[in-house]
Design a protein around this ligand. Structure first.
Ligand code: SF4
Length: 432
């Protein structure tokens, strides 16, 4: 049984939306665990998603010894450990410290950096952003002011292909064709041109300037988009801050080059790419990925993993991909799993009205035929929902699901599916 009904329109604006955060930032980390219904939860920041094989083994070890055994990938290429024992914090910190995953205790929650995952591997993009990544992470961990950033503040390093454009970062640095970089704050439609060498330092200074402006305005905000200051004005303030420390920064409008999505599953030049259904990596899957990697693995913000195989043998690559696929990792770019996401739902979250992951899996075929990607949530909070056009499938308190087509600038359409098995019909009702 389902019903379609209109809802109020959604307004989008290129300007920041002023928000005041009345409470502190409770974003979990490695040293501050979050208590969930399935035990404690730790979020391990992995800048650029880059893990050495040794670090990957340390995470597997921590999950096996202290948690539920699985690794849970986030939409920022970080890793969550779930089902942890309440008193395991010190042991966990020691294990991660030993693997180099906790370089600064005072900055562990602010090392939120995403980076083009195929950068330097497939011969595309305008530069390899690994140098930027190391420099920015080191500068961030050395910055006293940066300790005040919220655990939600995000840096993005784009090698010029535009794959970071849709991630909603607070500070984006994108390589441009003149060997420089474009620094953009939030969703501003213009940025600042800086030299490539200065780009990591400029990104950090932009974040520090955001903190200064927020403090001067008395604004309790976590993200650039929440600051009660127009993007243009903030960008000009950042330009002056950069110039004051000798970094040349000039206003620049992006050239309008379209971005591209993240790497599809399969064999890319120099890498193997897989997608992880609902971001949950089993011990066997993680073991196979570690075995496939020569030196490192890269987690992507799209709940995928890139395995660099520089100069690899094509036949061996096909065999390795088949082995990874046999563990349940997605290796087919046409898989419906690429169009489905979900929050943790029951039993991990007390707020959830349903086991959304199980329902998402049962209705995978319907997702494959839908016009938009689906995101399943156990309640109205819709934790972790992706940006962009999608269909939100939200568990209702009395049972069943409410479906809402979220499309930029258009009136959302809503349908109800009283039973998950009605999903295909409900999808047809709101996308027709
Ligand atoms: S969306 Fe609701 S049910 Fe899902 S994780 Fe967030 S609070 Fe829990």
């Amino acid at each position: 049984m389902l019903a379609a009904m209109p809802t109020p329109s959604v307004h989008s604006s290129p300007q920041a939306t002023a928000v005041s955060r009345g409470r502190g930032d409770a974003c979990p980390g490695t040293l501050r665990l979050h208590m969930a219904d399935d035990g404690a939860l730790a979020r391990v920041r992995v800048p650029g998603g880059v893990l050495t094989v040794r670090q990957a083994e340390a995470l597997a070890d921590a999950a096996r010894r202290l948690g539920d055994g699985d690794l849970h990938l986030t939409s920022r290429g970080n890793v969550q450990l779930r089902g942890l024992r309440e008193q395991c914090g010190a042991e966990l910190a020691e294990m991660l410290d030993a693997a180099g995953l906790l370089p600064s205790h005072g900055h562990e929650r602010v090392r939120n950096i995403v980076a083009s995952p195929l950068s330097g591997l497939d011969g595309r993009g305008l530069r390899d952003v690994r140098g930027w990544l190391s420099e920015l992470d080191a500068a961030l961990c050395a910055s006293e002011p940066a300790r005040e950033l919220s655990g939600r503040f995000l840096f993005a390093l784009d090698d010029g292909r535009g794959d970071m454009a849709e991630l909603g970062a607070d500070v984006t640095v994108r390589a441009v064709a003149d060997h420089g970089a474009l620094l953009v704050l939030g969703a501003a439609d213009a940025g600042l041109h800086v030299s490539a060498d200065e780009a990591p330092r400029a990104a950090l200074l932009a974040a520090e300037t955001f903190l200064t402006v927020a403090r001067e305005r008395g604004a309790k905000v976590w993200r650039v988009s929440e600051l009660p200051v127009p993007y243009q004005e903030l960008t000009e303030t950042v330009r002056r801050s950069l110039n004051a420390v000798g970094i040349a920064a000039a206003p620049r409008t992006p050239d309008g080059t379209a971005g591209e999505p993240g790497p599809p599953p399969g064999i890319a030049a120099g890498a193997l790419c897989v997608h992880v259904p609902l971001g949950r990596l089993t011990p066997l899957q993680w073991q196979e990925l570690r075995h496939a990697a020569a030196e490192e693995l890269r987690l992507t913000p799209w709940r995928g993993v890139v395995v660099p195989v520089p100069g690899g043998d094509p036949e061996a690559a096909v065999d390795t991909l088949a082995r990874l696929g046999a563990t349940g990792l997605v290796t087919d770019p046409a898989s419906p799993w690429l169009r489905v996401g979900a929050c943790i739902g029951r039993p991990g979250c007390a707020k959830s009205h349903a086991d959304v992951r199980a329902d998402a899996e049962r209705n995978l075929a319907a997702a494959g035929g839908a016009r938009l990607p689906l995101y399943w949530s156990g309640c109205e909070r819709r934790c972790g929902h992706p940006r962009g056009d999608r269909i939100d499938v939200v568990a209702a308190p009395g049972g069943g699901y409410e479906l809402c087509a979220v499309t930029d600038g258009r009136r959302p359409r809503v349908a109800l599916a009283e039973d998950p098995s009605d999903l295909a019909t409900a999808l047809a009702a709101i996308t027709s």
